[in-house]
Design a protein around this ligand. Structure first.
Ligand code: HEM
Length: 501
């Protein structure tokens, strides 16, 4: 029998169906008139490929410069760079659900999906998960962890001193990752993993997390692929929990609950605080939820913090004038080492430097996406978005708004966060508050970073102590910055030389 006519008819129907789908995508009602790259109108493949190249943070900045504050970046996805839209998109009043892009973030565990805060799509479910533990992340509670940060800073200094003695180049991006992971694992489980002691990855944990972050950033553009890959039922039959960290977290929870690894009488770590939250809210916090809180704590805290620390060091060393000023301020403060947060938080120039790095080089390079609810959404610019469409804000684009940040938004200029000569107190306050309102480094609204206080504590203390103890310089100040964006935007291969002061 000749199958050719049937096969060619089937192929023709397939091609026609695909063409129709692409055409319908192009003309998605309500979004057709919004400018953007032509290919992005047909399929999310454009966004997926862009994410694969690891430069999405630069792409989105360029697109907003070309097309304006509202850009269509997918058949059903719009990116907005207008800071005035932050409240409407991310705020509590509209309380929009997260988009499907968070699905690849959901970790499978023994046939279930971990109910993680950061990947809870439904706003009400998110509020239920967050309520029992919200207060654990206040500044007061975060300060209880300062001594653990100090222990880890001391370990970092010990790990870095051999580079001083040998005058060998040090890859500071690696060391910031060792620090951030060691600290958060100790703060969460009172267990040291020991990346800093080893001076390298252990059990492939860092490599596995890098891969997971790359997966989230790329598959997030075409979330249905997740069902074929990580959530593929066949794969899940073979590997119940394809994530070492989740396995480790669930072991820790189990052994703590069974009394085998009791923490009684010791200063509570995060796990002890999550268990206390369960006692206060037994109806909301299951064993699975405990594992999830602990896993999220490590996943959300590690890469973001290490990328931020590296970025700050890089920018300071790249700008000798800034380096000199911030070092003089730190020296004059005469702080003990590791630098205490109570003192370091009072240094205005250091504060301006950190804010400016996180503005010009925010470590979250993907859009903070939300799904427009049934009534549609009208942006402050008057643009209306239809129900079911996806709207995102990307810090890289928002932080370059000239009306808020001045006419040199690409420049690294910490002074913009300080009162200018001749600027009245009232107008400085207005300008400063405006910049803070547009600051998306930690997100905004009910889904903003829960660990912001802990992150700030680490960042201020580590940077101040490193500047106090070491005279640092880039090995090659002319070498172009090599960036790579997954969930966090990183500067890679930052080689520095260290001398003890
Ligand atoms: C400099 C370091 C950090 C940066 C830049 C950062 C940034 C962010 C951003 C942009 C979000 C997402 C907002 C959204 O999806 O709309 C987020 C969420 C979150 N972060 Fe951080 N983060 C940092 C450190 C930390 C640390 C140290 C912790 C934990 C101790 C943490 C815990 C979380 C959690 C739990 C969420 C989810 C919040 C929720 O959905 O309610 N982060 N972070």
């Amino acid at each position: 029998m000749d199958y050719f006519p049937f096969l060619s008819a089937a192929a023709a129907v397939g091609v026609a169906g695909l063409a129709l789908r692409l055409l319908l995508n192009y003309f998605t009602p309500g979004l057709a008139s919004i400018p953007g790259p032509v290919l992005a109108r047909f399929s999310d493949l454009w966004r997926f490929l862009d994410a694969c190249f690891g430069q999405h943070h630069n792409t989105i900045t360029r697109l907003h410069r070309k097309y304006g504050p509202v850009v269509r970046i997918g058949p059903n996805v719009v990116s907005v760079s207008d800071p005035a839209a932050i409240d409407a998109v991310l705020g509590l009043k509209t309380n929009l659900d997260k988009s499907d892009s968070v699905k690849p973030m959901m970790n499978p565990y023994n046939g279930e999906v971990l109910p993680m805060l950061i990947s809870a799509m439904d706003s009400e479910a998110h509020a239920r998960i967050k309520r029992p533990i919200g207060s654990i992340y206040s500044m007061t509670t975060s300060l209880d962890f300062e001594h653990i940060i100090d222990d880890n800073i001391n370990q970092l200094l010990t790990g870095l001193r051999p580079y001083v003695a040998s005058n060998k180049a040090c890859k500071i991006d690696d060391w910031m990752a060792y620090f951030a992971f060691d600290f958060i694992l100790q703060a969460t489980f009172s267990r040291r993993w020991g990346f800093m002691e080893a001076g390298g990855d252990i059990d492939g944990m860092l490599a596995m997390l890098d891969l997971q972050f790359l997966y989230i950033a790329t598959i997030g553009a075409m979330p249905w692929l997740d069902n074929l890959l990580l959530k593929n039922p066949l794969l899940l039959m073979l590997v119940k929990t394809p994530n070492t960290l989740v396995d480790f977290a669930s072991d820790q929870v189990r052994s703590r609950l069974s009394g085998k690894n009791s923490h009684a009488g010791k200063q509570p770590d995060y796990l002890a605080r999550f268990i206390a939250a369960r006692e206060a809210h037994p109806e909301h916090v299951s064993d699975l939820q405990l594992t999830t809180y602990a896993t999220t704590n490590v996943l959300a805290a590690s890469d973001t913090t290490s990328a931020t620390l590296t970025t700050i060091i890089y920018h300071i060393l790249k700008h000798p004038g800034v380096h000199e000023k911030v070092r003089t301020e730190i020296e004059a403060a005469g702080m003990s080492s590791p630098a205490p947060y109570a003192e370091v938080s009072k240094l205005p120039y250091l504060n301006a430097v950190i804010l400016e790095v996180m503005r010009v080089f925010p470590t979250t390079g993907i859009e903070l996406e939300r799904k427009v609810g049934p009534g549609g959404l009208i942006l402050p610019s008057g643009q209306s978005l239809p129900a079911g469409s996806v709207v995102g804000l990307n810090a890289w684009a928002v932080h370059r708004d000239q009306a808020v940040f001045g006419d040199d938004p690409d420049q690294f200029r910490p002074e913009r966060w300080l009162q200018q000569v001749g600027e009245s107190d009232a107008s400085f306050e207005r300008r400063y508050k405006g910049m803070q309102r547009a600051n998306l480094a930690f997100g905004a609204g009910p889904r903003a970073c829960l660990g912001k206080n802990l992150a700030i504590l680490q960042v201020y203390k580590v940077i101040a102590t490193m500047l106090q103890v070491f005279d640092m310089e880039l090995v090659d100040a002319e070498k172009p910055m090599k960036t790579w964006s997954t969930i966090s935007v990183k500067i890679l291969n930052v080689e520095i030389r260290l001398r003890e002061i």
